[in-house]
Design a protein around this ligand. Structure first.
Ligand code: FAD
Length: 818
């Protein structure tokens, strides 16, 4: 009995090692052969059992190792089943899937991420020219912006700011120098937007648009030389202001369903009859449309009379339309959550233009969706993550300091546990946001177009900004709520739903895009299997399917044993080849990567095409991928910044938070998985010891609260490139106030202790500092400093009030109170 148990243990242990180490099939077969041989020779079992072992071994080993048998008996029948359960895919979905590149998401989808690949990616850096632009032009611009007047009085940027933006190349950051643009890196583009957003959400939105998905990018990638030579210099110097119109009243998230049309026909153009297209559109929500001089337009192109070819319905096409043409309506404005960046509808009625207005000319007709997806693939990682990170940076900069200077119950509110918890969360969250933003922009600068990573960045950085925005408002209390020139938070807070909605609304992005694209695109085998299944050449399809299928099966076994072993051992023995204080987080990601791919494979295998419709399940799988991405970005940032020891609490908080959420997503996924027996097996493999991973501790949060609410290197690094203005401005005052508050804390403690011990008694109406000086508890310098801090604090906590006539665009003439 004992020896039988021993043989069984050797078998299970050996299988675990072989699958864990991903040993090739042939070697695995030979090792099992050796096992059966040794058992036959020295095993004590009956002969019939030895014979049975040989039969089982040969029944498995021969078909899986002989290609012709394997294809006939295993891969062929499975290919037939796979073809039946394969999800149907529209052309627009296929275009979205094919666009962009697979980057770190692919490693996370391998179950065994290659950390060297990530850490060897150069640390994202901006050039000295880009830094100079940030320090000079962006600094000057921020000084010109008065967000209160922009949002409340003018409902626009002042004319001199428009001129400055155009003349200094703010709208030309992505345009190459040969066309007169700035040719900035993705990271520099992102840094510029983030810094502007620390001053004005309105201006940041305006600057973001020409530098993201729009005419310039489309022209650069797909335009004809003639189109580039004409438009790019004009866009670079601000002669032309671009917008891009895709969204229509009945086509928002489902933008590919637009009904706006272009019909190829003959018409008059500059006095001559030509073959052109007659356009009709009704678009809304278009940023910069009211002031645009070149309107990028997405529409479906039809050629019913076959004037240019055999195709009748070309599909989505992009063109550049001058808005002054007859039939174009443009200029009216929407009012997006009180942020008056130029945004509005546009309509076109029978607008006739030449065919060479199509971006890229006629050969690009019908390629519009793919072009847009390719641009968005990378672009999503820049505009909205940057703007929201900038706003959150301002939130952390001001909230940390505000909590130190604002006193209630005779104590700085930062001293209360409740506020301490919120400050800890804010610091850790901002660190994660910065990490994701810079890592993804850095990948783009390395030539990647990481579509899934960009979607993760857009989705999670904007969601995290919502968290930071809520926290900043809560800590500020009424100070954050009362709008006016002294309020530096309110407008940024109002703008968050805009970032959540545009460039793929977050619910859709979470439920469809991250995993929907990620699963198929980044998985090592699924796309190969799908391509093989769609191949009409049967022999080629079978060969390719067979190779992918057996790779996939090997991966699934390996991930099962890796997930189980690492769960049992808390991932202590997985090697990550990096000696760093954060090594344990790499190990935990290794564990969760294996568990995630295992769960993902089980979901695809049991649900097939139905998984697409089970959004709640696929969203959770997407979350798991996202949390691993966020934690990886945090670890990379820490390495890239030279492992500053004082930043460790931020790093640990951000990693723990992401990985804890991952664990909880996995738990919810398993709890709701429809096939209960599969869910049970998965739970056994993934959580054999239960859910052991803990959220960040209170102590970790407390360390961060101290870091962000006291002057120091960590606070500086985390809120670098925040525009503060001069020391009289509402944000600028914090520097001096925080330094004083930190320096005077021991002085205030001395006063409190003197009061308690009876050494100091303060007469009614007497200033505390003056009484303390009189009693010899503090000296004259400390008294003066306390008075200065009090003066600054009064200014900082002050809010605005208005004459009733100053609020509302059409106030009633009758006074509010008769
Ligand atoms: C301020 C602002 C600026 C904009 N600028 C531009 C611009 O310059 N150019 C341009 O073309 N467009 C622009 N847009 C449009 C923007 O891209 C759309 O608002 C966005 O695509 C969402 O469309 P919708 O608002 O119609 O929401 P809907 O599509 O009606 O979506 C409503 C909700 O349903 C969810 N949803 C939809 N489908 C699914 C699904 N399958 N699964 C789960 N959830 C789903 C969405 O996530 C969302 O939460 C802008 C919008 C705003 C508000």
């Amino acid at each position: 009995m004992l020896t039988a148990l021993l043989w069984l243990l050797v078998f299970i242990g050996g299988s675990l090692v072989l699958t864990y180490q991903r040993v090739p099939l042939l070697i695995t077969t030979l090792v099992y052969c050796l096992y059966v041989v040794v058992y036959t020779v020295v095993g004590t079992g009956p002969d019939w059992l030895k014979l049975l072992f040989w039969v089982i071994y040969l029944l498995i080993a021969v078909p899986v190792n002989v290609p012709s048998l394997r294809r006939a008996w295993i891969s062929g029948p499975l290919l037939r089943i796979f073809r039946k359960i394969m999800p149907e895919m529209s052309q627009t979905e296929a275009d979205a899937l094919e666009s962009g590149t697979v980057w770190w998401d692919g490693e996370l989808f391998s179950g065994r991420p290659n950390w060297r690949r990530l850490l060897n990616t150069p640390a994202p850096k901006i050039s000295s020219e880009e830094q100079a632009f940030l320090d000079n032009e962006v600094e000057t611009l921020c000084g010109m912006l008065d967000e209160w007047k922009i949002t409340h009085e003018w409902c626009d940027l002042p004319p001199e700011v428009w001129v400055y933006l155009k003349s200094k190349g703010f709208f030309a950051m992505i345009i190459p120098k040969r066309y007169g643009g700035r040719e900035f890196s993705a990271l520099a583009n992102s840094e510029v937007l983030a810094k502007i957003a620390t001053r004005s959400a309105t201006c940041a939105s305006i600057v973001a648009v020409p530098n993201s998905l729009g005419p310039a990018e489309l022209l650069l990638r797909y335009g004809t030389e003639q189109q580039k030579d004409h438009y790019l210099p004009r866009l670079a110097d601000g002669t032309d202001v671009p917008c891009f119109a895709l969204t229509a009243p009945d086509a928002g998230s489902d933008a590919a369903s637009i009904k706006d049309s272009g019909v190829v026909c003959k018409g008059m153009w500059e006095g001559k009859e030509i073959v052109g297209m007659r356009l009709n559109w009704d678009k809304r929500y278009i940023t910069l449309a009211p002031v645009a001089t070149v309107l990028g337009l997405a529409f479906r192109l039809y050629d019913p009379d076959h004037l240019v070819g055999k195709t009748e319905d070309y599909g989505i096409t992009c063109a550049l339309i001058p808005p002054h043409l007859p039939g174009v309506s443009i200029g009216r404005r929407h009012f997006p959550l009180n942020l008056p960046f130029q945004n509005g509808p546009t309509q076109g009625k029978d607008v006739f233009v030449p065919l060479d207005f199509i971006i890229g000319g006629l050969p690009r007709a019908g390629h519009g969706w793919r072009m847009l997806m390719e641009c968005l693939g990378a672009g999503r990682a820049i505009s909205l993550p940057s703007n929201t990170t900038g706003a959150s940076r301002l939130g952390v900069y001001t909230t940390g300091a505000y909590a130190r200077v604002r006193k209630q119950f005779h104590l700085p509110i930062a001293r209360f546990d409740g506020i301490d918890e919120v400050l800890g969360r804010m610091g850790g969250t901002l660190y994660a946001m910065e990490a994701v933003r810079t890592m993804t922009a850095g990948a783009i600068d390395q030539g990647e177009a990481p579509a899934v990573c960009a979607a993760i960045s857009k989705l999670h950085v904007t969601e995290l900004a919502r968290q930071v925005g809520n926290d900043a408002m809560d800590v500020h209390g009424g100070k954050g709520i009362q709008l006016g020139p002294r309020n530096y938070l309110g407008r940024g807070y109002q703008s968050i739903p805009i970032a959540i909605t545009v460039e793929g609304a977050n619910i859709l992005t979470r439920n469809l895009m991250v995993y929907g694209q990620g699963a198929i695109r980044a998985h090592p085998y699924v796309l190969k299997e799908m391509r093989a299944a769609a191949d009409e050449d049967h022999t080629r399809a079978l060969n390719e399917f067979d190779a992918a299928l057996f790779g996939h099966i090997g991966l699934a076994f390996s991930n099962a044993s890796r997930a189980l072993w690492m769960a049992l051992t808390s991932a202590r023995f997985t090697r990550v080849h990096i000696a760093t204080p954060t090594e344990r987080y790499y190990q935990h990601i290794n564990r969760f990567s294996a568990a995630f791919v295992l769960a993902s494979d089980a979901a695809m295998l049991t649900l097939g095409g139905a998984l697409k419709k089970k959004e709640k399940l696929s969203a959770r799988l997407g979350d798991m991928l996202s949390y691993m991405y966020i934690a990886s970005a945090v670890l990379k940032r820490y390495e890239d910044q030279g492992r500053p020891p004082e930043d460790l609490p931020l790093v640990e908080y951000a990693c723990r938070d992401a990985l804890y959420r991952l664990q909880e997503s996995m738990h919810s996924f398993l709890r709701n998985f429809p096939n209960r027996s599969v869910a049970w097996v998965l739970r056994f493999l993934i959580f054999p010891r239960g859910r052991m991973y803990s959220a960040p501790s209170d102590e970790m949060g407390h360390q961060i609260a101290e870091l962000i609410s006291l002057p120091g290197a960590s606070r500086e690094r985390l809120t670098r490139n925040t525009y503060t203005g001069d020391h009289h401005s509402p944000v600028g005052m914090f520097k001096e106030a925080l330094e004083l508050a930190a320096r005077l804390e021991p002085v205030e403690r001395r006063i409190r202790e003197a009061e308690k011990s009876g050494k100091l008694s303060i007469a009614r109406g007497m200033a505390v500092a003056a009484a303390a000086q009189q009693a010899g508890v503090i000296d004259a310098k400390e008294t003066a400093d306390l008075a200065r801090l009090e003066e600054l604090t009064r200014e900082i906590v002050a809010v605005d009030d208005f004459d009733p006539s100053e609020l509302g665009t059409h106030p009633f003439n009758t006074p509010a109170r008769a």
